[in-house]
Structures are given as C-alpha cells and as structure tokens.
Design a protein around this ligand. Sequence first.
Ligand code: URA
Length: 235
Amino acid sequence: MKSHQRQYLQEMDIAVWLDKKAPVATRQNISIEDNTESILKPDNIMPVFTAELNSLAQKVAICQQCSLHESRTQTVFGVGDPDADWFVIGEAPGADEDRQGEPFVGRAGQLLNAMLLAIGLRRKQVFIANILKCRPPHNRDPKPDEVIACESYLRQQLSLIKPKIILAVGRVAAQNLLKSDTPIGKMRGHCYPCPGSDLPVVVTYHPAYLLRSPREKRKVWADLKFAMQTYKAMT
Ligand code: URA
C-alpha cells in the first residue's frame, strides 16, 4: 500500500495494518503528513471545460426556472474533468459553495476529497455536481419543483461528459436521481441503472453525515470499494 493511500484511509478512519517486518521508519510514518490538508483542499488548477460544457454552464448561470435564483449568490454548475469516468452527485450547494461557485468546498468537500483519494481518485480526475445548482435557503432539502426545474441540466451534463459510473452521495442525491423513496441504508451495496441513461449508479452516505457520524465511515469505505469493483468490471 502506498503511503499517500495510507494517509487517506486514516483520514477516513479506516484501520491500517502494517507488516510487523516493515522498517520502523515506515511503521511510524503513518500520521497525516503536513501536506495532506493542501492535497485534500479543492485543486486550484482544474481541467478546461469543452465548448459545449461551457455553453451549458452559461445557461445555468442565468437560470431563473425556480425561485432559488432569488436567494442564490451564484449558481454552482460543477467542477472537474469534462472527460471524467466518475461523476459524483451531491445534493445542493451550501453556504460555502454558494459563495465560491464550486461544489463541495467546505468541510464536507474535504472529506469527499479524502473519500475519493482512498480509492485512488483525485478531485480533478472526476466530475462533481449536485442535484440542484442553487443553494436552498438555510440548507433545507430541495423541493420537488426545484429538482424538476434543475433535472435537465444534470441530464445534459451526463450526456456531454459521458462518465462510466455515477457515485450518488447522500439520501437526497440517491433518491432524486433514482426516483426512489427507499432509505439510503437499503440502497447501499447495489448497482442501479440511472433512469434516462442506464449509467451504473452506486450510492453511499453524504460526507456531511459522516462528519456527524464518523462511525459510518467503515460503511462508506465498503461502498467505495464496491463502486471501484463495479467500475473495473465495466472497463
Ligand atoms: N453538500 C452537497 O451535497 N453539495 C455541495 O456542493 C456541498 C455540500
């Protein structure tokens, strides 16, 4: 196991077993290193969008299809590689995201980065977006009419990026994407076809939930390994 992978597993609270015969220096060198925080923060340099994705982002930026445009600071289109194999879908922008115009930039975002790195994916290698492109006031759950108004943007993102797998993080993302009211705990551990595109969808808990319930990180680690197995089986 590479040392950087060990760091991210530790960030995820996954027990790391080291070979007793490994040199003492290696065994001691498993604390989160000084540079970890900067690696877990959103990357400053992101891949350049294609013309089509840029034009979609411009449409989203001026969207007034639901009342959320009245309270948003700006829209949060999504970020990452326009050619990504992995598409991560969250719920909606929070206060930090609304301010910065980028999804998952707060504490939950740092944990999401750690989750991805635990399976060897850097933030800039995947594409990250939300069910809603605008922040619901006081971080309330998205309303059905807001989800419907935003749905076509997500569909267009998926058809332009053409990922190989979708990772839905959290109940709101999973239930809205899969048009289901099954509790998230029951959705885990299965692969679902995404309505409208048939892309495989794997579900896991939201990193904000993990910040409140760190014991659930083990389940997320299992989900991430399952997602990677699913991805590898298809490529
Ligand atoms: N939570 C989400 O679901 N999405 C974000 O972009 C930030 C927090």
